[in-house]
Design a binder for this molecule. Structure first.
Ligand SMILES: Cc1cc2nc3c(=O)[nH]c(=O)nc-3n(C[C@H](O)[C@H](O)[C@H](O)COP(=O)(O)OP(=O)(O)OC[C@H]3O[C@@H](n4cnc5c(N)ncnc54)[C@H](O)[C@@H]3O)c2cc1C
Length: 406
């Protein structure tokens, strides 16, 4: 008989188990992967953006799905608490642009390792296995049933099985099934923070091109209204666009909507400054063809696409380019435009939008309002935030709160 069984050894489950082990002797964590914290290893491109150093009150606008539900969780285990815990567990941290917090080593493995130590410190038992269902008896959750038909009896159960994104890391939506068994409703999962497919065939020509310091605007074509604008990095892929800017933009896009993606390739220059810059280049290359005049302004891969979009014949001599054509070129450079086709599938999403309906969960304890002794934590819940370390903080705060309240 366990005091507590945690289902899922990801960020939320490890935090929940380690915290519960501060109070109870017999805490077990069941994980179906051969290693714990598999998803943590791929976070932040292997560097793990573990949390954000902004004031905790500034976290709420960053949680675009059910931020209010996070009130108790964020205040009972803040980003400062997260940072203090990792430092105490021997992981020095650093703060980068946008207040993003990373391990000083740039190794996500250090974060996963620290969470394992947190659990080992409390003698949490690691159980290798897949939870098939909840063990419900006399109207309360009394443990879990494994796929080998063994039953692990427990006074309390915390489900921290993640969403359905990146299923190779183990998050395959099992928690939704467990929740439904307890009578919970599940908000249908959709991809959030995901690369975007574009309609234009020319993106294929740009495949592999990565752009730094560009600005990206998403315009809702029906309302002619900008729904997102930011500055940063992005890249072209065989299907469309990806990278930090695009991933963040995707959460402002409705799957079925119609949008234009407008990239300003020279956001640091006004149109007048860009014109001056072009005139300088054109003077330097005055005897060349237009197609050979943009090497200093643009990455090689982009030149033929920009030329096509400008409508200027590539063999036009530079000294024959009219003022009007120059203006068109400037508008292409500052408004390189594509049409949104659709989001990439949920398997490729950084997080899952949707999950267990939070109205059925006590936000002060993470306990189910429907089945006593059952708790939830992490991405399995219908809570999600933007990039910047906010989603791991959701996992840590809800995991800690559940671990404390079992
Ligand atoms: C590529 C990528 C990069 C990301 N980068 C960042 C970042 O830098 N910063 C940030 O804040 N967020 C980032 N995220 C999001 C963040 O990783 C997740 O929100 C967070 O890991 C969720 O933690 P979790 O513990 O709830 O779920 P998970 O990490 O998915 O863990 C769930 C665990 O449960 C196990 N499990 C599932 N079902 C069962 C079962 N039936 N029986 C036993 N075990 C089971 C799974 O194997 C898994 O180990 C990133 C996500 C991805 C995909």
């Amino acid at each position: 008989m366990y005091d507590v069984i945690v289902v899922g050894g990801g960020a939320a489950g490890l935090m929940a188990a380690g915290t519960a082990a501060g109070k109870y002797k017999n805490v077990g964590i069941v994980e179906k992967n051969s290693r714990l914290g598999k998803k943590i290893l791929i976070t932040g491109k292997g560097r793990c953006n573990v949390t954000n150093a902004a004031d905790i009150s500034d976290f709420f606008p960053q949680i675009f799905r059910n931020g209010n539900f996070m009130y108790s969780a964020f205040y009972s285990f803040t980003n400062e608490d997260t940072m203090a815990l990792f430092r105490e567990l021997g992981v020095p941290l650093k703060i980068e642009r946008g207040q993003r917090v990373f391990p000083e080593s740039d190794r996500a493995g250090d974060i996963a390792g620290a969470l394992k130590r947190y659990c080992q410190r409390g003698n949490v038992q690691f159980i290798s296995g897949t939870v098939k269902s909840l063990f419900i008896r006399e109207g309360r959750c009394q443990g879990v049933c494994l796929s080998d038909n063994n039953i692990l009896e427990a006074h309390k159960v915390i489900v921290a099985t993640g969403g359905v994104s990146y299923p190779l890391t183990g998050s395959t939506g099992d928690g939704y099934r467990l929740a439904r068994q307890a009578g919970h409703s599940v908000v249908p999962p959709k991809p959030a923070l995901v690369p975007l497919e574009l309609k234009e065939a020319e993106v294929k020509e740009l495949q592999g091109l990565s752009l730094k310091n560009v600005s990206l605007k998403v315009i809702d074509s029906e309302r002619e209204k900008a729904v997102y604008e930011d500055f940063g990095e992005m890249l072209f892929t065989h299907f469309g666009i990806s990278g930090p800017l695009v991933i963040s933009a995707s959460s402002h896009i409705k799957e079925q909507g119609s949008y234009r993606i407008v990239i300003d390739l020279k956001p640091a220059l006004t149109e007048q400054q860009l014109e001056k810059r072009l005139l300088r280049d054109f003077e330097k290359f005055q005897n060349k063809d237009f197609k050979n005049s943009l090497n200093e302004l643009l990455p090689k891969k982009m030149i033929s696409v920009i030329i096509k979009n400008s409508g200027i014949h590539p063999d036009t001599k530079i000294n024959q380019i009219t003022k009007e054509q120059r203006k068109t070129l400037i508008s292409v450079l500052k408004g390189f435009t594509f049409t949104y086709k659709k989001k990439r599938p949920i398997e490729e999403a950084i997080i899952t939008d949707g999950g267990i309906n939070v109205k059925e969960i006590n936000p002060s304890t993470m306990e189910s309002k429907l089945l006593p002794n059952l708790f939830f934590a992490g991405e399995v819940l219908d809570v999600c935030g933007y990039t910047g370390g906010f989603n791991l903080q959701v996992a840590f705060s809800t995991g800690h709160l559940a671990g404390e309240n079992v």
